[in-house]
Structure formats: C-alpha cells, structure tokens
Design a protein around this ligand. Structure first.
Ligand code: FES
Length: 322
C-alpha cells in the first residue's frame, strides 16, 4: 500500500459481537480528533503479521472538533483465514497501537434519492449500518434489510434496534418468523429509490439478479472480494499508458498492471486492495477506451475514471491525467 495518509491509532476496545465477528474501536492515542468520514467509507488497517486489510466503518461519524471521535469496524473471522481476519481475532488486543490509513469512500449515499433501500448480507452490514444511522439522524427515508444466518450471527443488535421499524430482518433458519423474499422485494422499484448492496458473493449475485431491471445508476455496490466467476484468464494484451501531464508513454506488458509499469518509471500510484474494490488507485481518464475491471466505479464514473490496479486499454492506448 502507498500514498494514503497513515495514522497511528490505539485500540480503545476489542470485543466479540458474535462468535464470528469482532469489533474494534480505534481512537487517537492522545484523544485528538480523527479525520472525518462519510457513511460508506472504509479504512485500511495494518495488522500484526504484516497483513493490511480494508474494513468499512460501521457506525455513523461522531463529530469531535474538526474531525470524529473514533473509528469502529466489525471483522468476521473467515474460516479459511490465515491472514487479516485471523490476525484481528487472535493478535489484536485493547491498548495496541495500529497503523491505519485515513478513510476513503467509494460507496457513497446518493443525495438525490427519495428513498434508500439498504440490503446487507452478513458482515456486509457494516457500511450499511453506518449509512442507516446517518439517514436516521437526518430524518431521511430508508429501509435497512439485514440478512443473517441466525440470531447468533447478528452483529450490532443494539444499534439495529435503535433504528426501529426501519430495519427488516431475514434469518436463514427454517423456523424463523423473520423472512424477506428478495425477488418480491426488488421486483417493483418505486420512483426515486436507490438500492445499496453489500455482502458475500452469493448474496450480491442473488440481489443483483433480482434487481436486474433497476437502472444502473440507482444501484450501488460494495464488494468484499472480486466475484469468483471473474477469475483471471491469463490472456491479457500489452498496451500503452499515455501520461497526459508528463507527456510520457509507458508500456504495460501483458503480465503487468498499469500500477506495476508506472512503478518501473518511478511513478507511485497509491494502492490498497489491488483488486479493483477500494478505489484507491482510480485516476482521471483523458482519452481512449478502458477495459474496466474494477468493482467500485459506476457506469457514469467509468466515462472519465479508471482503476489502474486492474483495468486495461481497449485499442492499445489509454491516456490518463497523470
Ligand atoms: S487499489 Fe483498490 S481499486 Fe485499485
């Protein structure tokens, strides 16, 4: 990772919310305000063991002076994890100091929406709870639908209760009275409604399929990881990256990303996830057609932006504002 402002923060609290989800509360060691953030934002946490992972900020910002009082994240332990989530669960304790990037946001609330429909699968609740609290505090219309395997897997229960009847719950357990049928929920879109999705790959695929008739600009997605079906087929073509401000042509080999090729020229592009999810490496597109491979830009964004960690050129040359 490079380029983001790095903060050293103290773990003010670390507690299990469910058997699988651990919550970290991060504050400035001297009690100073932290950089402000908008709902939907994430931070990158550098963890014991050399791992660095992005985590969504789970609660609406609590203003303090020119910034905010704390960052709160919820981290699900992935059964197969030998990396980031295991490190959060096993190696981080209250009082520890962690290096954390300042918040970034690629999952923003559409200010023009007349209603916000937030669908959270599992730990995908975190950015959507933050949005829901923000909307609730402003008296703006929203519905938060939370999909969980069962009550024991449900995190941030007190915060969900505080949102009252704006929250609808779906529990997978067969006898549960809490059910939401995704198809009927998304079959009719009331004019002005925007949809926000965050959850595991299967959940995202099911919700997107159910919302296939929604206008793309009204659907906002936050992925944890690239969809499995998008595995690299290894058939990339080389291309030329033209840097408009420097008047330089940089060759990107078939087995290189644009970020790697630029690094060879001594040009560091900030990166974080390197998977097209976080938006850290996005730059302005000046000319040419990109083969977009990210999961963070909207169709409108893609007309004038490109994620350099993963995207490539269609037609051999891509000119960027760098
Ligand atoms: S580094 Fe995350 S989108 Fe490129």
């Amino acid at each position: 990772m490079s380029g983001d402002r790095i903060l050293t923060l103290r773990v003010a609290a670390a507690q299990a919310l469910t058997p699988e989800i651990r919550c970290l509360e991060l504050v400035h060691p001297l009690g100073l305000p932290l950089p402000a953030y908008e709902p939907g934002a994430h931070i990158q946490i550098h963890l014991p063991g050399g791992f660095s992972r992005p985590y969504s900020l789970a609660l609406a910002p609590e203003p303090m002076g020119v910034g905010v009082r704390r960052y709160v994240v919820g981290v699900k332990r992935e059964p197969a994890s030998r990396g980031g989530s295991a490190s959060v669960h096993e190696r981080v304790a209250q009082g520890d100091l962690l290096a954390v990037s300042a918040p970034r946001n690629t999952f923003t609330i559409a200010e023009s929406a007349q209603h916000h429909l937030l669908l959270a699968g599992g730990i995908g609740l975190t950015p959507l709870l933050c949005m829901a609290q923000h909307l609730h505090a402003r008296g703006l219309p929203f519905t938060l639908c939370v999909f969980a395997r069962g009550p024991r897997q449900l995190a941030f229960e007190p915060q969900l209760k505080a949102l009252g009847d704006k929250v609808r719950l779906h529990l997978d357990e067969p006898q549960s009275p809490h059910k939401i049928a995704m198809g009927p929920l998304l079959s009719d879109r009331a004019a002005g409604t925007h949809l926000y999705l965050c959850g595991p790959a299967g959940f995202m695929a099911a919700a997107q399929q159910a919302a296939a008739q929604w206008p793309e600009e009204a659907v906002h997605l936050e992925y944890f990881a690239p969809p499995a079906s998008d595995a690299d087929d290894g058939l990339d073509e080389p291309f030329t990256l033209r840097l408009a401000r420097r008047a330089i042509d940089v060759s990107v080999a078939a087995d290189q990303t644009a970020v790697e090729a630029l690094k060879n020229w001594g040009i560091d592009v900030p990166t974080s996830c390197e998977q097209g999810i976080c938006g850290t490496c996005v730059v302005r597109l000046a000319h040419g057609e990109a083969e977009h491979r990210d999961y963070c830009l909207t169709r409108a964004d893609r007309r004038h932006k490109v994620a350099l960690c993963c995207s490539r050129a269609k037609g051999g040359v891509l000119e960027i504002d760098l």
